[in-house]
Design a binder for this molecule. Structure first.
Ligand SMILES: [Zn+2]
Length: 291
């Protein structure tokens, strides 16, 4: 395992543990306070945990030697798992949305100002506040990591931490307004948070569907691959390409009638080098000779 993967692993595991604790705390206090926006914020946390776990598993599987017999089986299993989880998230989002709309319809729009600051309120604000602080620290860590690793994906993840903080800030605003008898803000803010969850769920859904249906690399890049193989002296008999998530796989069968074993392995090495230079997302290249 390389240094890069170790950093990804440490940051991911820290994020998972913190997010699990915070999400559970939010869902419990949100339910006790009957605050939809805190519950939504908790569910948002759960969806982030799922995304992080998927990313972690992808890194681990991608680093297993490619000749392991059950490798593609594991990937498929992971994709089916992601598909089911994304559907569960969408169902939860829709049900929160439905409850929010119902609350909005039956909302008491008069300002009653009957609620007071109680211990539950303080616990909720503490959890949400801790969450915002941790998200900010995670943002700094991931942003720093993305600079070192020059990773766009990690930088995007870093900015996601700030969006997460916004979700918790919305929940704080909502329960504070509740204190002043403003009840309609909770369902409205929870719907906003649900949109964040839906966005994540749809991303997971799209990714798992792409993996399961096994898309091939687009025509333009496929042609580039063919060009490169020709340029280094390979004669293609068959080419197959696959996209699994963000990773790409290339299978080649080359004409090897006029080549001995050494010449062919030299050619294969050259092709692999050139293809990896073309696109670092190509993680597996298998080249077979046809005699
Ligand atoms: Zn999030």
């Amino acid at each position: 395992m390389t240094k890069k993967n170790n950093i990804v692993k440490i940051v991911s595991i820290t994020a998972i543990i913190l997010n699990i604790l915070l999400a559970i705390g939010k869902i419990i206090t949100g339910s006790m306070m009957e605050s939809l926006s805190i519950i939504s914020d908790g569910v948002h946390g759960i969806s982030d945990i799922i995304t992080t776990i998927i990313a972690l598993v992808t890194v681990i599987i991608a680093n297993k030697p490619s000749d392991e017999s059950h490798n593609s089986g594991h990937k498929r299993f992971g994709s089916i798992g992601s598909l089911i989880l994304s559907i569960i998230l969408i169902v939860i989002s829709v049900s929160i949305c439905a409850t929010a709309i119902e609350n909005l319809v039956h909302c008491d729009y008069s300002l009653d100002n009957k609620t007071s600051v109680d211990s539950l309120f303080i616990v909720s604000v503490s959890i949400l506040g801790a969450s915002i602080l941790i998200k900010f620290i995670m943002f700094l860590l991931m942003y720093y990591g993305s600079k070192i690793e020059k990773s766009d994906a990690m930088r995007a993840d870093a900015w996601h931490q700030n969006i997460d903080a916004l979700s918790s800030i919305a929940a704080i605003i909502s329960i504070t307004c509740e204190l002043f008898g403003i009840h309609f803000l909770d369902p409205i803010l929870s719907i906003l948070i649900v949109f964040m969850i839906l966005h994540i769920a749809i991303e997971i859904l799209k990714k798992s569907l792409t993996e399961l249906t096994g898309h091939s690399i687009n025509k333009e890049e496929r042609n580039q691959i063919i060009e490169i193989v020709k340029k280094v002296g390979g004669n293609i008999i068959e080419i197959k390409t696959y996209i699994e998530g963000e990773k790409k796989r290339v299978q080649l069968i080359l004409d090897a009638k006029d080549k001995n074993i050494n010449e062919f392995s030299e050619l294969s090495k050259k092709i692999k080098e050139e293809l990896q230079k073309l696109d670092s997302d190509i993680y597996e290249i298998t080249i077979e000779p046809q005699l």
